[in-house]
Design a binder for this molecule. Structure first.
Ligand code: GDP
Ligand code: MG
Length: 289
């Protein structure tokens, strides 16, 4: 049996969630809080008779002028190096120099699988170019091409991952995988919606903290705080007459209800905490190690 941790890293929108779905299938295995480790944000576990793969990811990339960025770079480097297999995911439509800059800055000691995603959306020549570009990089042990959306290249990627896993016993028996690390995942679902609904800049400036999670008889009451640095960002999050945050609440509620299998009452608050990104204590409070 082969078993191990696989960490997928890529900028927001590179297709990490889509790739996970393609690898694991629609039904993501949700893990309990006790198996969350500081370095691995476990997203899904794929167990068969022959292998167990624990998929995790790391937070995205943000601008270097912030202290948060440095710490995140450390967190990313650590989690990638702690993993048995590191996957660096690249959107084939993105500028490869940008991705290369980040991957190089990580100074990985263990070469990773570079995966070009969204190959369905670019010309074949472009894919060839990117493959040549990344193949020459020291952090790439191999370059693979997929379309996470269409499923192309996904079985090959899975095979390449399994090939690189060490032999060993499974880390998690089947029944340990189903408890809900609810607060964590609820916060993640809200964050995911922020990424989807707001322009590029905003998500980088926000943190989501689930303040209250109360199970009532017929619904679950959830209160989440969205933390931003400036009043202007708060204004953007709220939108005119609160329209934007209302849309965010509706979208998030839908996903959270589907995720929890329960009706929820979701309250979202936006709080301005200037410079939270540069404050070590706040960074800890918001879960960045
Ligand atoms: P994440 O932020 O890295 O988790 O990215 P997502 O998985 O949420 O994907 C971001 C967007 O890219 C979504 O609209 C996906 O449908 C789209 N996407 C992901 N993979 C592919 C792909 O292989 N081809 C195309 N055309 N779109 C993709
Ligand atoms: Mg995602």
């Amino acid at each position: 049996m082969r078993t191990g941790f696989v960490n997928i890293f890529g900028r927001p929108n590179a297709g990490k969630s889509t790739l996970l779905n393609a690898l694991v299938g629609e039904k993501l295995a949700i893990v309990s809080p006790k198996v969350q480790t500081t370095r691995h944000r476990i997203k899904a576990i794929l167990t068969t008779a022959d292998y167990q793969i624990i998929f995790s990811d790391t937070p995205g990339i943000i601008e270097p002028q912030y202290k948060l960025h440095e710490r995140m770079m450390h967190a990313v480097k650590n989690s990638l190096e702690d993993a048995d297999v590191a996957v660096l995911l690249v959107d084939a439509g993105d500028n490869p120099e940008d991705a290369d800059g980040v991957f190089t800055a990580l100074k990985l000691r263990v070469p990773a699988i570079v995966v070009l995603n969204k190959t369905d959306a670019v010309k074949p020549d472009r894919v060839k170019e990117l493959e040549a570009f990344f193949s020459a990089k020291p952090y790439a042990s191999v370059v693979m091409e997929v379309s996470a959306l269409k499923g192309t290249g996904v079985p090959e990627l899975l095979a390449a991952v399994i090939e690189r896993l060490p032999e060993g016993e499974p880390y998690f028996p089947g029944d340990e995988i189903t408890d809900l690390p609810t607060k964590f995942f609820v916060g993640e679902l809200v964050r995911e919606k922020i990424y989807q609904l707001y322009a590029e800049e905003i998500p980088y400036h926000t943190a989501v903290v689930v303040q209250e999670f109360k199970e009532k008889s017929d619904l679950i009451k959830i209160r989440a705080e969205i933390v931003v640095q400036r009043e202007t960002q708060k204004g953007i999050l709220l939108g005119e007459g609160g329209q934007k945050i209302k849309a965010l609440g509706i979208a998030a509620r839908k996903d959270i209800e589907a995720f929890l299998g329960s009706k929820i009452f979701l309250e979202l608050f936006v709080k301005v905490r200037p410079k939270w990104r540069d404050n070590d204590l706040l960074l800890k409070e918001y879960g960045y190690e």
